[in-house]
Write a protein that binds this ligand. Sequence first.
Ligand code: FE
Length: 130
Amino acid sequence: MKYPIEKSEEQWKAELGPEKYRILRQKGTEYPHTGQYNLHFEDGTYSCGACGEPLFESGSKFDGHCGWPSFDESIPGKVEYAKDTSHGMLRTEILCAKCGGHLGHVFNDGPTPTGIRYCVNSLSLAFHKK
Ligand code: FE
């Protein structure tokens, strides 16, 4: 087993529903500027939309003007990185280290001191207010 949490695709499909399944398990992307957390700036923690593991703190969130929730760091050890050459681009995919759920991509063009921009689908996240 590669991940601490593994389920069959049928189980994931039943638990997540079609939209979240498409993003989290089939590496889909939600339309920009449509996600519920894009311009959401309350204090709290963003967990994995599939398994519930805490991934990002609200203090690391910023408005990336890209249409998706943007963070300048993850909670240490919670995010896994993978090379993604799809769509004729070389990008770094980010995944939940606990369940392998697709989160989005990470870029080195962040405007904050970390220089990092985690670009994450709202549907890959679940917010928990502090
Ligand atoms: Fe997860």
